[in-house]
Design a protein around this ligand. Sequence first.
Ligand code: SAH
Length: 225
Amino acid sequence: MSREQDELMRRGIGMTSQRTRERLIQRLYEEGLSNPHVLEAIRRTPRHLFVDEALSHRAYEDTALPIGHNQTISQPYMVARMTELLLAAGPLDKVMEIGTGSGYQTAILAQLVERVFSVERIQGLQDRAKERLSELNLRNVVFRWGDGWEGWSALAPYNGIIVTAAAAEVPQALLDQLAPEGRLVIPVGGGEVQQLMLIIREENGFSHHVLDAVRFVPLLSGPLA
Ligand code: SAH
C-alpha cells in the first residue's frame, strides 16, 4: 500500500474510536482467524464508510448491516473467513468477486491480491461501491454490472472466485472460469441456512470441501435491477 493510500485509510479513523476497531480485530483473532494480512486489511479499512451514516456507529460490530435494496454488508467475521479460505494456499493474482454490494469485501480483497474483478446485479449499489473504492484510492478493481450466475467469461480464468450471496447450486459458469488450482469460495443452499464450500480445480476435476453453516442473502437470477 502506498503512503498516500495509507493516509486515506487513516483519515477515516477519526470517525470512530481506534479502540472499537481494535476490539473487532481482537475478537476475530479469538474466533480463530489468524492470517495476519487479512486481519491487517480489516484493521485499516474504514468499514463505516461502507454503510449509511445513520448506521456508522455500528460499523465495527461483528454483524451484517442493511445497505439498501434488501441487501446487507457482510459480517466482518465472514469477510475474514472467506478471504482466509481464498488465500490459504498462497497469494493470488486474479480474483473475481460475485456480489459487490457495498464494496467492503472488494476493498479487503483489493489490498491482498493483484487484481479484483467484481460483478454486481444492482447498478445503484455498484455505483456507490465504485465511489468508495475510488475515495480509498484502491485502483486495482474492475466492476461489471451483470449476472453473477454467468461470471465474467471474457476475462477468465481466475485464480480465485468468491461469491458473497448464497447460490441454490454451484453455478457451472464459475467452475468453468476457474484457473488450474483455482479456488472458489461460495455459500451453497436454497434455504435460510447454507453451507460454505471451498471448491478447488484439481488436475482431474474438482475437490469439494464443505465448511461452516452460514446465512447469506440469495444469489438472485432474472433481470438486472
Ligand atoms: N460483499 C458484499 C455483500 C453484499 S450482499 C458486502 O459486504 O457489501 C450480496 C450481494 O450480491 C448484493 O449486493 C446482491 O445485489 C448481489 N447479488 C445477488 N445476486 C446476484 C447475481 N446473480 N449477480 C451479481 N450479484 C448478485
